[in-house]
Design a protein around this ligand. Structure first.
Ligand SMILES: [Mn+2]
Length: 313
């Protein structure tokens, strides 16, 4: 697969839609916008079908490509950064009705659900999009910003183990286009609202250490969220901060979502496989970052999660 092959496929049809997984993240949004911009430069008026794009990415050019209403008569459907058809959410029907389907992704669990599948084990879908390009004179500042956003999002700003020499080389090429990588990194990872700062202080205050200081646990109740005019999304990033405490192996953030249900976020440094812990409660994720939902009282949830982690210490 390369860009020319995608262009050739699209040129045989009229309607081209690019989409990605539900609750789109930086890589998903960046990849969709970048590919749409590239295809437009090749004369293909591709539309982007994504819902609920976080405000974080409003600095990216690309909203003009967004599909306003769901269409039934799609010819080419290009799925980006999406491991399986179900994760296309509302757009999986559109995928089913398309004449040609293309799946470009970097999740090793990808089910290769399209006619054409291009799945590589690299940092991000944006890295794959960059590698698909045959003539780099097509790049411009907007495309580079979109691709850079996806790469920093999925690598945690070059911190995660999925970062390779090649990832850095690509980032090096992208910053030649005078993109403001400092501001983008701040927007993607660090800037937070005043309310989010307040709820962070509550979570820090509630943090306790368990099991010879190897587990740090914090909790947030609906009441605490309300008092600080916060929603669940304002708690993004808190779990990473808990995991930064020196000497701990594992961080847990328990956030109340209903009277009796709690969202449990888990992070680990090296020793603990938190995916194993999450799976015990029908959740999942990665070895170092996972999540699950557990019912009970806040005390009970805290206890059963800590007990589960202790088994691995
Ligand atoms: Mn991704």
């Amino acid at each position: 697969m390369n860009l020319q092959k995608i262009v050739d496929i699209c040129n045989n049809y009229n309607n081209v839609v690019i989409s990605g997984h539900i609750h789109p993240d930086g890589d998903c949004v960046g990849a969709c916008y970048a590919l749409a911009a590239i295809l437009h430069k090749k004369g293909i008026e591709a539309k982007v079908a994504l819902d609920d794009i976080p405000d974080t990415y409003s600095y990216l050019e690309g909203s003009s490509y967004l599909l306003k209403t769901i269409k039934k008569d799609i010819d080419v459907f290009i799925s980006l950064d999406c491991g399986d058809k179900e994760r296309l959410g509302n757009y999986s029907n559109m995928f089913d009705n398309a004449q040609v389907t293309i799946n470009i992704d970097h999740h090793i669990s990808n089910t290769k659900f399209a006619k054409y599948n291009h799945v590589l084990d690299v940092s991000s879908t944006c890295e794959i999009i960059y590698e698909l390009i045959d003539d780099y004179s097509i790049l411009d500042k907007n495309i580079c910003e979109a691709l850079y956003t996806g790469i920093i999002f999925d690598t945690g700003a070059f911190k995660h183990s999925n970062t390779t020499k090649r990832t850095h080389e690509i980032a090096g090429e992208l910053i030649k286009y005078d993109i403001d990588f400092t501001e983008m990194t701040n927007r993607v990872f660090y800037y937070r609202s005043y309310n989010a700062l307040k709820i962070l202080s509550v979570a820090i205050n509630n943090a306790k250490l368990y099991s010879e200081n190897e587990i740090i646990v914090s909790t947030l109740t609906i009441e605490e969220l309300k008092q600080n005019n916060c929603y669940k999304k304002d708690t993004d990033g808190i779990i990473q901060m808990l995991n930064e405490v020196i000497g701990t192996q594992c961080a847990v953030l328990i956030t109340q979502i209903t009277d009796n249900d709690y969202k449990v976020s888990l992070r680990s440094k090296n020793k603990v496989d938190v995916c194993k812990v999450a799976k015990k409660f029908s959740g999942g994720g990665h070895i170092k970052a996972s999540g699950c939902t557990v019912s009970g009282t806040i005390k009970e949830v805290e206890e059963i999660i800590v007990n589960e982690i202790v088994k691995q210490l």
